[in-house]
Design a protein around this ligand. Structure first.
Ligand code: SF4
Length: 223
């Protein structure tokens, strides 16, 4: 088993991880995102629904949802019980319905029914945090944005790319290491690797393409 390359700085390791993950998961950020959508509006709605839910489950719900409510105005004016019944399989459907309708109303009232690109404007929308805002920026608009979810946090710590204790601190570390046009793709590839190989409970270090770079290989269960 080769020795991990501890001599690399966190910044250099981040760049190398980015290169290797792109080999593993080639393609554009928008293509790699597993949420089905046809517009920024559909993406922001699907991303809100994906909290505590798999992308596959969200994709099962959204065709019905978008057929019923194709615009922010339609969603804002939806009958709450009907909306909740449609999104119920995604879990937390009461709060998600409330958030989605407040979000849709804000889009209509403050942004002429369009999803904004600006990070602060996105974060000002009800139910939209920094992670969701960065998903929308990178996937829908091909703008710089590095969403930090639970997978990105876990892998960043295991690979010692960042010692940040919260998502914003980790995002800052990663963004400092990578060019802005790499941010979105890096995030989505870290998520894919976290789901496929570096899982929370059983990381498959023996078949991990990042093993050589990883200070926690083989001991990640204690992470
Ligand atoms: S070597 Fe193990 S802990 Fe490190 S990134 Fe790969 S799967 Fe995760």
């Amino acid at each position: 088993m080769p020795k991990p390359r501890r001599a690399l700085t966190a910044r250099a390791r981040t760049v190398e991880v980015d290169v290797r993950l792109e080999r593993l998961f080639p393609g554009a950020t928008a293509t790699l995102c597993a949420l089905d959508r046809r517009s920024p509006f559909e993406l922001i709605v699907a991303t809100v629904l994906s909290a505590q839910c798999t992308d596959e489950q969200v994709n099962r719900v959204t065709p019905t949802l978008f057929a019923a409510y194709p615009t922010p105005a339609a969603l804002a004016g939806a009958e709450r019980d009907t909306l909740e019944a449609i999104i119920r399989p995604t879990g937390f459907f009461h709060s998600k319905a409330r958030h989605l309708q407040a979000l849709a109303a804000a889009l209509v009232e403050r942004f002429d029914g369009e999803v904004p690109r600006d990070l602060d404007a996105l974060c000002s929308l009800p139910g939209v945090g920094r992670k969701t805002a960065n998903v929308v920026r990178s996937v829908a608009f091909d703008e710089p944005g590095l969403p930090v979810d639970t997978h990105v946090m876990r892998l960043s710590h295991r690979l010692d790319l960042s010692r940040g204790r919260d998502p914003v601190a980790v995002e800052r570390s990663l963004c400092r290491a990578l060019a802005p046009d790499r941010w979105g793709g890096f995030s989505v590839r870290m998520i894919l690797h976290g789901r496929a190989t570096c899982t929370a409970r059983r990381p498959a270090c023996e078949r991990c393409e990042l093993e050589e770079l990883c200070p926690r290989r083989g001991v990640a269960r204690a992470a």
